[in-house]
Design a protein around this ligand. Structure first.
Ligand code: GCU
Length: 416
């Protein structure tokens, strides 16, 4: 997807010159100053400044999530007590909104470790559906819209048998469960299909009074807002499940879903640990740095992810009242982890590090330490106390190496 888009971009750039190229030269990233965090005290941050910054992100980047869409309904549709060779219990839970039956709902897959009574839980959406996350072959195939892909065996926008397990390398299920953590996941396209008109078949149209005729205005939510809302509904369910410790939830996401996990963690403080895996532009990467993907590129390629206003900062990031150190700071004083990959230049690894570093003063207000280093650390050298960071060898992906760091970090902060 990323490569395809990049090729397309390069082709467009050739065909439609003049168009500024993508910058990968550190000496040309620009030096516009970051917006001031305006720090006073921890109390003032919590009471006033933090809500102001959440509102800035609503107004300028992701749009506002509708406050109350009514109580979600949870139906446990299947339970398998001896999943993954007996180490886990697997459940499927259908979450729907009785007040808005036009939304088809989402199917959550929950694995809980059998050797722990109430396990802390990682919560994250997948790109390919539950049957792609796990190698177990008795998982119902997701039937919702998926991006056409020969390589990924998506045919006529539907998953096929051959898509089973194709995302499993990104979900180290055995490792996570054996370490005593649970995993809850759902397909992001259950909430809203990921294409420009996807919202018409998803949550946003279902709950909007103009339905599929809605004209989205500045400050109204985009797809990332809808996906983040879905993560919070999974958190709602997890409060009711006796096998999960609902007070210890970590929200995790990769790439566009890393932008989503950051936004979910910013809005929902029940996520006690927030993880951004290679989230890049619109996620952890500072928007004022012109390196790799930019606001101009992302809002052109994926306008449906954001509130319309965000596109007005294309080519003019310096005019935006937020930058992503403020996004990371919204997790404070909770632990957060930002992961980059060395070859993932598109996501601007250094920009991802710097947002974590510059969120540090907010953690300091609470007497907590952030990344604890001034410079981006060497490859495969994790750093940080309450703001964890690493840049791992390799490409844009989620690997066992990434999970090992998240598990160690969670265990340290949660005393496991
Ligand atoms: C594209 C997009 C990124 C995004 C990525 C992904 O590359 O430009 O912003 O993070 O897709 O979600 O895989």
């Amino acid at each position: 997807m990323r490569t395809a888009f990049f090729t397309l971009l390069a082709a467009t750039a050739l065909a439609q010159t003049p168009r500024p190229g993508v910058n990968y030269d550190e000496s040309k990233v620009g030096n516009d100053p970051l917006p001031d965090l305006k720090l006073t005290t921890a109390e003032e941050w919590t009471q006033t400044r933090r809500p102001e910054i959440v509102k800035l992100f609503e107004d300028h980047v992701f749009g506002k999530t509708p406050a109350n869409l009514g109580a979600p309904k949870f139906e446990v549709t299947a339970t398998k007590p001896d999943a993954l060779g007996g180490i886990a219990t697997r459940k499927f839970i259908h979450i729907s909104l009785p007040a808005y039956p036009a939304w088809p709902g989402m199917d959550v897959m929950l694995y809980t470790p059998n050797h722990i009574k109430r396990a802390p839980c990682f919560v994250g959406l997948s790109f390919g559906g539950n049957h792609a996350v796990s190698q177990e072959t008795d998982i119902p195939l997701n039937t919702r819209w998926m991006r056409e892909s020969k390589e990924k065996n998506i045919v006529d926008h539907k998953a096929t048998e051959a898509t089973r397990g194709t995302e499993s390398s990104r979900w180290a299920l055995e490792m996570i469960l054996k370490r005593g953590f649970a995993v809850a996941t759902a397909y992001y396209g259950d909430i809203e299909p990921d294409h420009a008109d996807g919202w018409k078949d998803g949550l946003r149209a279902a709950v909007s009074k103009d339905g599929a005729n809605t004209v989205w205005k500045d400050g109204e939510w985009g797809a990332i807002g809808a996906w983040a809302w879905g993560l919070s509904r999974i958190a709602d369910y997890l409060q009711t499940d006796a096998q999960v410790d609902g007070k210890h939830l970590a929200v995790i996401g990769h790439s566009r879903l890393g932008k989503t996990s950051l936004w979910a963690g910013a809005q929902d403080e029940r996520f006690g640990f927030v993880i951004s895996n290679n989230s890049g532009e619109g996620g952890a990467a500072l928007m004022r740095r012109d390196f790799g993907e930019t606001t101009a590129i992302i809002t052109k390629a994926f306008p449906h992810w954001f509130t319309p206003k965000y596109a007005s900062y294309a080519g003019n990031a310096a005019a935006c009242p937020i930058d992503m150190h403020m996004f990371i700071a919204l997790a404070a004083p909770r632990p957060i982890y930002i992961a980059s990959a060395a070859e993932d230049h598109w996501a601007d690894p250094k920009g991802e590090f710097l947002s974590g570093k510059f969120a540090g003063p907010v953690y300091a207000l609470f007497g907590k330490k952030g990344v604890m280093v001034d410079e981006q650390p060497a490859i495969d050298t994790p750093v940080g106390d309450f703001v964890g960071y690493h840049v791992r060898t390799g490409k844009h992906d989620v690997t066992d190496y990434d999970w090992k760091q998240y598990l160690t970090f969670a265990a340290r902060h949660w005393g496991r």
